[in-house]
Design a protein around this ligand. Structure first.
Ligand SMILES: [Mg+2]
Length: 360
């Protein structure tokens, strides 16, 4: 809806909904990350043994993780957001700014980086090492000395951090611009198409869910962008995984064993997105969707983070269980960045912007 189409009160109501969903996307992503983190490397049989037939449903301080502790998934999502906001403020290239932000994150993980650029890097809480992805670390080690990252990785470290692309995009930005930017950000570290194309799909889906789309409609938009922006061969694996996600969700919530059997363990980009999409499609609500997304023998924190991004963008903050929000590590940082996003989106709406603009 264009600003000129609404009355003043209509604008205020819609802007409040918009802000709530931006916060929901970020906070539910972080909560999904925190919920899944303690069981990331566990088999479903081990999870079931420890937490019962519904699996893990609340934070736990077991297994060396702090209660509600976030991991590299949320850390890198916040650095993505900081880089994108800097690009919007300065009118600079978003890929350059996010690359710089990722180098800041690399510094928090002990990487040798000569300069610190943003503010997040100075928050000591983000220096905690929470099983960071090795592909991200090695790629950033190369980027830190001005070399290109060389790999053929399709790890899920590319897709799990790009939801902010949809949040910071200009209101009128076309889907292809959102898809392309998210895929480029993932490709900074992951060079296999299944490592970066799912990032484009996720960003387009989040943008659709921030509007009025259902998960099914958002997936249609994501698949359309995938077909329009990637060749048949390079997109085949991602496309197949998403069709498998739809098939798995068709009969209702699949049991954890079937998630792994049909969609993999979520370690790769297309598999992580497929698990999150399947969970979002068949869940009764956000709590259930994130629970389904983390309870399987795989990369539970990443699949939980992605499912949280999707369902939080659709449902807003009120859908997130209060006990997940209350003890969420770095919630204040997430809220602060969400406020900055709201200001950027508010300014863009006031301009009645309809073009892709520098943010995309
Ligand atoms: Mg993680």
């Amino acid at each position: 809806m264009r600003t000129s189409d609404r009355g003043v009160w209509g604008n205020i109501v819609i802007d409040l909904i918009d802000t709530d969903r931006v916060r929901g996307c970020l906070l539910a992503g972080a909560a999904g990350d925190a919920l899944g983190a303690p069981v990331e490397f566990d088999s479903w049989s081990r999870i079931e043994h420890d937490f019962g037939s519904r699996g893990i449903t609340g934070y736990t301080a077991q297994r060396g993780f702090g209660f509600g502790a976030i991991t590299d998934d949320t850390q890198m999502t916040l650095f993505t957001l900081e880089g994108l906001l800097r690009a919007r403020e300065r009118g600079t290239d978003p890929v350059d700014e996010v690359r710089t932000a990722y180098l800041d994150w690399f510094a928090t993980q002990g990487g040798d980086v000569p300069h610190r650029t943003g503010e997040l890097v100075h928050d000591r809480r983000l220096h905690a090492r929470r099983a960071p992805g090795l592909t991200c670390l090695s790629a950033l080690e190369a980027l830190a000395v001005g070399k290109a990252a060389v790999n053929d990785s399709k790890g899920c470290g590319g897709v799990m951090r790009v939801a902010p692309v949809a949040l910071v995009a200009e209101p009128g930005a076309p889907d292809w611009a959102i898809f392309t930017l998210a895929a480029e950000l993932a490709r900074l570290t992951h060079h296999h198409p299944s490592g970066f194309l799912p990032a484009g799909v996720l960003a387009v889906m989040v943008r659709a869910l921030l509007g009025t789309a259902s998960v099914e409609q958002a997936l249609d938009a994501g698949l359309t962008s995938l077909r329009e922006n990637a060749g048949a061969e390079e997109r085949a694996e991602t496309e197949r995984a998403l069709h498998d996600a739809v098939a798995s969700a068709r009969g209702g919530t699949p049991p954890p064993g079937r998630i792994e059997q049909h969609l993999g363990g979520g370690w790769t980009g297309e598999s992580a997105l497929a698990i999150a999409v399947c969970a979002a499609l068949c869940a009764s609500d956000l709590r259930d969707g994130v629970r389904v997304a983390v309870n399987h023998s795989g990369d539970s924190d990443s699949t939980g983070a992605i499912a949280g991004n999707l369902l939080g963008a659709r449902d807003g903050v009120a859908a997130i269980p209060p006990e997940w929000l209350d003890r969420l590590e770095c919630r204040d940082l997430v809220e602060k960045l969400a406020e900055q996003v709201a200001r950027v989106r508010g300014r863009a709406a006031l301009r009645g912007c309809s073009g892709p603009g520098p943010g995309c």
